[in-house]
Design a protein. Sequence first.
Lengths: 114, 111
Amino acid sequence: DGGITQSPKYLFRKEGQNVTLSCEQNLNHDAMYWYRQDPGQGLRLIYYSQIVNDFQKGDIAEGYSVSREKKESFPLTVTSAQKNPTAFYLCASGQRSANTGELFFGEGSRLTVL
Amino acid sequence: GNSVTQMEGPVTLSEEAFLTINCTYTATGYPSLFWYVQYPGEGLQLLLKATKADDKGSNKGFEATYRKETTSFHLEKGSVQVSDSAVYFCALRENTDKLIFGTGTRLQVFP
């Protein structure tokens, strides 16, 4: 079945450690996105990529890094510079072309810093 | 810049009650508008969408009409069920390819 797979579903990290969240899609979408969700704040855009080997910062990129070496994959690294990394992270993909298309979301990864 | 404003929740209803969740937007051009639903512990699922003024999106008994004159896209359902309990997000997408979300509205339906 086509879709977006995020892993791991739950992740615990000690302060000072970097962690990488995986996002893979087999929908043949050009564009991929990472959002962060905090209670009462909706979804905020971290990074997005419209094509392989290119990506742009979203609204809250500080303390995060990404890569887009393959069309299917868009991993997110939460670095030790991120001051408040405990959150629910959602990956999405969509067609790059028109602005009429919806985004498709993964099941999310919940990161907890101990 | 572009933005989406939703009514704050939670919205608490009895089963079979009528639902309205308000959503208004600010955009410089002609965005597409979406409603997404998030069930506990899950990602977001597209509920419905509308791509131009006066379009009505509908799915699973939910409806929303793209009103350009009032810059609104209110979500409605005539008779809610317990299984509709979830968080609902209004969103817009314009030329930047980004999806901009409202803060979400939690709906709780009791038997």
